[in-house]
Design a protein around this ligand. Structure first.
Ligand code: PMT
Length: 393
């Protein structure tokens, strides 16, 4: 709930601006006092009068012709949090560089609370390196990015770029104001390890790091101090110390060196179970025929943490295909406090997707199956669950 919270809703000029009226309504229903600021282009898609009727306040439309001497600073200082929805590619660029040539960006600069941004644009624009660079900058600055979703876009196109539904944006605003993990130290693993065969090739897996990144980011946004040990290309994220690793051995060394200093460890990485005994020094040549590659087990990082005398609260993951029986078994035998099973053969679940459908097990084998959710929502729910279990035990 947002009871008593003061939320500024910024609206930039894309066709999804019409959904901002629904978002304003949902924020008011959640108990917030809402004031809006619109770019000129936004007013082409949505009437200021509509927002005034929903929020009880006429939106700020510019620096001038407003009753306030300095409308952007007054609005920014008034707010507990700001949300910009929809955020166009141009708005992302301005936010990332601090180019405050309209009252909405200036308000975002003047505001001191959390900023939630919900991008919406055509897929080609979303995919552009410049847009992705701006998103990376905003994440590194501690901005919460929600969406975009995949679906129908303006002009009959279909793809990633659609504004997420107002309910998901409200949940992100609520989460952005939640600092319930302040004072916690947590370690998260992410990505798929790579075990060299020769200087060119490796044994790897399909993990993108998205699940672990979402868990690390959610914890940081809720106030925890976070170490992310990752074998995936790492995003810079405010409040997250990133330790980049490649092999299972690197990850084991990094985790075991740090795990005594944390309250909670969440092991979402997909770690190789076997590695070539002796990687070749030189590139293996086709002309030499198929190589015989002898494998040996990698260290079991999770077991190394579970076996410690004073171990942190420990959460394992299990990637299974077709049935979660293996996840149930791991929950009861691996010495973890919680185990998150996902069926990577299910559409929308597991590797490299933006969504996941998980079942959370306790060591007695009890299972709690969640619906298909965005990885961000899985991460938020998982921290709720960890906190409840940690504090009750
Ligand atoms: O990164 P994404 O593309 O978003 O995909 C997310 C995911 C599918 C990788 C993630 O949700 C997931 O399921 N991670 C665990 C994958 C895995 O390795 O599962 P497992 O059942 O093989 O391992 C069980 C647990 O032991 C895991 O917590 C794993 O990190 C850990 N392990 C495994 C092997 C090993 N040598 N050491 C370990 O610590």
């Amino acid at each position: 709930m947002l009871t008593g919270r003061r939320i500024v809703l910024g609206i930039s000029g894309g066709v999804a601006a019409y959904k901002a009226a629904y978002l304003a309504r949902r924020l008011v229903e959640a108990g917030a006092s809402v004031r809006c600021v619109m770019t000129d282009a936004a007013t082409e898609f949505l009437g200021a009068q509509t927002l005034a009727a929903i929020t009880g306040e006429y939106p700020v439309l510019g620096f001038f012709d407003e009753p306030e001497v300095s409308p952007h600073t007054a609005l920014g200082q008034w707010s507990d949090a700001m949300v910009i929805a929809p955020a166009t590619a141009g708005t992302l660029a301005k936010l990332a560089t601090g180019l405050s040539d309209n009252a909405m960006i200036a308000t975002a600069l003047a505001a001191e609370g959390p900023l939630v941004v919900a991008p919406a644009m055509h897929t080609e624009m979303w995919d552009k390196p410049s847009t992705q660079r701006n998103i990376a900058t905003l994440l590194a600055d501690g901005v919460t990015i929600v969406g975009p979703a995949e679906g129908a876009l303006a002009g009959g196109d279909v793809g990633p770029g659609r504004l997420v539904e107002p309910e998901e944006i409200v949940a992100a605003v609520e989460a952005s104001l939640n600092r319930d993990l302040e004072g916690w130290h947590v370690l998260v693993t992410a990505g798929g390890t790579r075990e060299p065969i020769d200087p060119v090739r490796y044994l790897g897996n399909r993990s993108s790091g998205k699940m672990g990144n979402a868990i690390a980011l959610a914890a940081a946004q809720r106030g925890a101090s976070v170490v992310l040990v990752t074998a995936a290309p790492a995003l810079r994220m405010a409040g997250v110390e990133v330790v980049a690793v490649e092999t299972a051995q690197d990850m084991a060394d990094a985790v075991w060196a740090r795990v005594d200093d944390v309250d909670v460890a969440v092991m979402a990485a997909a770690v190789a179970d076997f590695r070539p005994v002796t990687p070749a020094d030189e590139k293996l040549r086709r002309a030499a025929g198929p190589p015989q590659i002898h494998l040996e087990p990698t260290p079991d990082i999770l077991a190394g943490v579970a076996g410690r005398e004073h171990r942190p609260f420990l959460v394992g993951f299990a990637a299974e295909a077709g049935s979660l029986d293996g996840a149930h078994h791991k929950a009861t035998t691996k010495g973890v406090d919680l185990l998150v099973g996902n069926d990577v053969a299910k559409p929308g679940s597991g590797f490299a997707t933006d969504t996941n459908q998980v079942t959370v097990y306790t060591p007695d084998g009890a299972a709690d199956t969640w619906p298909l959710l965005s990885k961000t929502e899985v991460a938020e729910r998982l921290w709720d669950r960890i906190r409840a279990t940690y504090e009750s035990g």
